[in-house]
Design a protein around this ligand. Structure first.
Ligand code: FAD
Ligand code: UDP
Length: 374
C-alpha cells in the first residue's frame, strides 16, 4: 500500500511526488508515456537537447518558484526573442520599438505611439468604453490594424482553429506591447533554459520514487486506486469522470522534426510563421536554446521542429485546454465533483483545465503540497 499514487510524471506530478517522498511518504508514480517529464521532456540528439513537445522556456517572477527549480538544474541566460516571418518580411517580437520601426519606419517612442493611436482609433471608438469581447477586439484595440493583420490574425487562427472573433481576449494579453527596443518575449524577472535539458530535472525530482511507465491509469484503475491511500491525478479531468457532463475541448499539435547537416538553419531558436497559408505556426531550432552556435556545445548539425496545430480528437495529446466560456463552464461542473473528493486531488494543466506555464504548475503543486502536509 502506497501513501500516494501520482498519475502523470509531468512537472505537477513530479513536484508533488518529490515533496511527499521528502516527507517520508511512499509514492508510486505512473505515466502512460514511455518517459517521465510530460510535455517538458527533452531528448539529447547527438549533442542537441531537443524539446520533444514544443519549445519550453522557463520564465517567472515568482522568486520561490525560481529558487525551487534551481535545486534541480543550472539555468543559462537564454532570453526568448522570437522572430516573426510574414511573407518575406521579418519582424521582432513581442510588439516593441523594433517591430514598430520595421512595420512603419518610426524611430522614436512618440512616433510609434502616434502611429499606434492612429492604427487603433477605429477599434477603440467602437468599444466605446466597454471591455474587448473577443481576441480580435482585444488585439485591434491594443496594437491596431497592421500588426493585427500581419502578426496576429493568421497565426492565431491556425493555432486555435477558430476565428479571432470567436476566441477569448485573454490569449493575446500574454504578449507584451512596449515602446522600448527590447525583444524579450516575457516581462518576468527570471528566465532561462536548464543546461542539459528538462528531463534531468524531473529525473532528479523522482529520485528514490517508484515510477512505472507505459501505464494508463484507466486500464488498471481499480487496482491502482486500491494500491494507495490517496491519488494525485494530473490527466484529463473529464476523462476521469467518464465525460459524464460532456467533453472538454483541447487543441492538439503535430511536430515534424528534422536533423539537418548544416550548422545553423535560421539563426534563432524560434521563428513564427504568421501567414495563414503556411500550415505550421513556428520552426524551432533547438541548439539555440543552449547557444549551440556560440561556443562550448557547438555541433556541425542542427535539429529543427515544425509545429503544426491540429484539431484534437480522442487518442491525440491534449496540449492546450480551450479556456473559453463554454469549456470553462463545463469544467466548473467537473470541479464541483473534484472538490467533493476525499481521496483524489486534481492538478496540472489537464487536471485543472488551465493554460498553465511551467512556473504556474510548480506554484500550484507547491500550494497543493502545503495544503496536504501543512
Ligand atoms: P503534463 O506535462 O501534460 O503531464 C501530465 C502527464 O500525465 C503526461 O506525462 C501524461 O502522459 C500523463 N497522463 C495523462 N493521463 C494519463 C493517464 N490516464 N494515465 C497515465 N498517465 C497519464 N510553459 C512554459 O513555462 N514555457 C514555455 O515556453 C512553454 N511552452 C509550451 C509549449 C507547448 C507546445 C506546450 C504544449 C506547453 C508549453 N508550456 C510552456 C506549458 C508546459 O508544458 C506545462 O505548463 C507543463 O508541462 C504542465 O505540466 P503538467 O504536469 O500539468 O502536465
Ligand atoms: N500570437 C500571435 N502571433 C505570434 C505569436 C503569438 O498572434 O507571432 C498569439 C497567439 O494567439 C498565441 C498567443 O499570442 O496563441 C500566445 O502566444 P504564446 O507564444 O504565449 O503561446 P504558447 O507559447 O502558449 O503557444
Amino acid at each position: 500500500m502506497f501513501d500516494y499514487l501520482v498519475v502523470g510524471a509531468g512537472l505537477f506530478g513530479a513536484v508533488f511526488a518529490h515533496e511527499a517522498h521528502k516527507r517520508g511518504k511512499s509514492v508510486l508514480v505512473v505515466d502512460r508515456r514511455a518517459h517521465v517529464a510530460g510535455n517538458v521532456y527533452t531528448e539529447n540528439v547527438n549533442g542537441i537537447n531537443v524539446h520533444k513537445y514544443g519549445a519550453h522556456i522557463f520564465h517567472t517572477s515568482n522568486k520561490e518558484v525560481w529558487g525551487y527549480i534551481q535545486q534541480f538544474a543550472e539555468f543559462n541566460r537564454y532570453t526568448n526573442s522570437p522572430v516573426a516571418r510574414y511573407k518575406d518580411e521579418l519582424y521582432n517580437l513581442p510588439f516593441n520599438m523594433n517591430t514598430f520601426s520595421q512595420m512603419w519606419g518610426v524611430k522614436t517612442p512618440a512616433e510609434a505611439q502616434a502611429k499606434l493611436n492612429e492604427q487603433k482609433a477605429d477599434a477603440v471608438a467602437s468599444l466605446n468604453g466597454r471591455e474587448p469581447a473577443n481576441l480580435e477586439e482585444q488585439a485591434l484595440s491594443l496594437v491596431g490594424r497592421d500588426v493585427y493583420e500581419k502578426l496576429i490574425k493568421g497565426y492565431t487562427e491556425k493555432q486555435w482553429g477558430r476565428k479571432c472573433t470567436e476566441l477569448p481576449a485573454f490569449i493575446i494579453k500574454r504578449l507584451p506591447v512596449r515602446l522600448v527596443y527590447d525583444n524579450n518575449y516575457f516581462n518576468d524577472k527570471y528566465q532561462g533554459i536548464p543546461v542539459g535539458g528538462y528531463t534531468q530535472i524531473v529525473e532528479k525530482m523522482l529520485d528514490g520514487v517508484e515510477v512505472r511507465l507505459g501505464v494508463d491509469f484507466f486500464k488498471e484503475r481499480e487496482t491502482l486506486v486500491a494500491s494507495a491511500q490517496k491519488v494525485v491525478f494530473t490527466g484529463m479531468i473529464d476523462e476521469y469522470y467518464g465525460y459524464k457532463f460532456g467533453e472538454l475541448e483541447y487543441r492538439s499539435l503535430r511536430f515534424e522534426t528534422e536533423d539537418l547537416s548544416q550548422e545553423n538553419y535560421q539563426g534563432n531558436a524560434v521563428v513564427n510563421y504568421t501567414e495563414a497559408c503556411v500550415p505550421y505556426t513556428r520552426i524551432i531550432e533547438h541548439k539555440h536554446f543552449e547557444f549551440g552556435c556560440q561556443g562550448g556545445s557547438a555541433t556541425d548539425h542542427t535539429v529543427v521542429t515544425r509545429e503544426y496545430p491540429a484539431t484534437w480528437k480522442h487518442g491525440d495529446e491534449p496540449y492546450y485546454p480551450m479556456n473559453d466560456e463554454r469549456n470553462n463552464a463545463l469544467y466548473a461542473k467537473y470541479k464541483v465533483l473534484a472538490d467533493a473528493e476525499t481521496k483524489v486531488i486534481f492538478g496540472g494543466r489537464l487536471g485543472m483545465y488551465k493554460y498553465f506555464d511551467m512556473h504556474h504548475v510548480i506554484a500550484e503543486a507547491l500550494a497543493c503540497v502545503g495544503k496536504e502536509f501543512g
